[in-house]
Design a binder for this molecule. Structure first.
Ligand SMILES: NC(=O)c1ccc[n+]([C@@H]2O[C@H](COP(=O)([O-])OP(=O)(O)OC[C@H]3O[C@@H](n4cnc5c(N)ncnc54)[C@H](OP(=O)(O)O)[C@@H]3O)[C@@H](O)[C@H]2O)c1
Length: 314
């Protein structure tokens, strides 16, 4: 790619020999991200919640792509035990991890709790990926040039941290605020992880991406209300395809010029659509105070401690 042309998936270099995990890979952006990484030669471990979804995604990609290095594993990010099992299975099979794409997510769901009692959007989108990354940290730090990509959203701008009420207790829950908080947490985590890699002198980078808007299954639970069904077709007309929406993740994951702490999103108006470029996130996402508090709280809640990335004050 040169400065005058747009970045496209054809700019992804040869990834032969790289081991990649993509969470939430059976649909939407995760599926398309996996497809492009497989096409570039990576060994991609696609995580799903059920064996049926794994079989369907695998056969669809093998039909389309022919011989690729694809593996599926079960992972439920709303269940700390499942995360631990996944990590044990992955460690049993692999001794390197070049790229972790923390992609899975839920959006604006009704109030509910994860198995471990966390508000489900924060629990799945942030705490689940925090625990997963921590459980894989030994492989990440042992793999030269490893990269962690975390998916955020334009909705991070709605988010605010309130450490005394992280889980929106006592009737304070709204689907929108909880989604915004979870996506803000994804960015606070991305930037704090990068700072900790740097201060520990580890050759790994942490970057973030957001897709703008893309027609995936993320809002299906809202469109499934009968009176909103006709709206779905209309909305999908105006937004990007999953393949287009996956481009910022793919650039964040593979562009050799990407440096730790960068954030990629679409180039177009309001970052809704367009070619993937470096974008800015909100001032709140850069709060080092909130990032440190969230880190400590995430370690306490998940019981996953990032021993090798401890700061002097911890
Ligand atoms: N689409 C957009 O416009 C948009 C905009 C901004 C940000 N994003 C972000 O992009 C990411 C991908 O979303 P998408 O648009 O591709 O939506 P999607 O098609 O609904 O995909 C979400 C994926 O996450 C998985 N997932 C949900 N809960 C999980 C859990 N507890 N454990 C493990 N996996 C779980 C889903 O699995 P199941 O099939 O089992 O549910 C699915 O594979 C999300 O982080 C989202 O916040 C999307």
């Amino acid at each position: 790619m040169n400065a005058r042309t747009e970045w496209t998936a054809s700019d992804i270099g040869d990834l032969t020999g790289k081991v990649v995990i993509v969470t939430g890979a059976n649909s939407g952006l995760g599926f398309e991200t996996s497809r492009a990484l497989l096409t570039a030669g990576a060994h991609v471990v696609m995580t799903m919640r059920t064996a049926e979804k794994a079989a369907a995604a695998k056969s669809a990609l093998l039909n389309d792509l022919g011989e690729v290095s694809l593996e599926t594993m079960l992972l439920d990010l709303a269940d700390l035990e499942s995360i631990q099992h996944f990590s044990e299975e992955f460690h049993g099979k692999h001794s390197q991890l070049d790229l972790l794409v923390n992609n899975a997510g839920i959006m604006m769901t009704d109030a509910q709790l994860t198995i471990d009692g966390f508000e489900s959007q924060l629990g799945t989108n942030h705490l689940g990926h925090f625990a997963l990354t921590g459980r894989l940290l030994d492989l990440i730090t042992a793999t030269p040039g490893a990269r962690v990509v975390s998916l955020s959203s334009l909705a991070h701008g709605w988010g605010f941290m309130e450490f005394g009420n992280l889980m929106f207790q006592n009737g304070s829950y709204t689907p929108r605020a909880a989604y915004g908080r979870s996506k803000l947490a994804n960015l606070l985590f991305t930037y704090e992880l990068q700072r900790r890699f740097e201060s520990a002198g580890i050759d790994a980078t942490s970057v973030a991406a957001h897709p703008g808007t893309a027609g995936t299954g993320l809002a299906d639970h809202m469109f499934n209300r009968w009176y909103l069904r006709p709206l779905k077709a209309l909305v999908f007309l105006g937004i990007q395809t999953p393949k287009q929406g996956a481009r910022p993740s793919l650039r964040a994951a593979t562009d050799p010029s990407a440096t730790g702490g960068e954030y990629f999103g679409p180039s177009g108006r309001k970052e809704y659509r367009g070619a993937p470029v470096r974008v800015e996130s909100s001032p709140a996402s850069h709060s080092e105070v909130d990032a440190a508090k969230l880190w400590t709280e995430s370690e306490r809640l998940t019981g996953v401690n990032y021993e090798s990335l401890r700061t002097p004050t911890q």
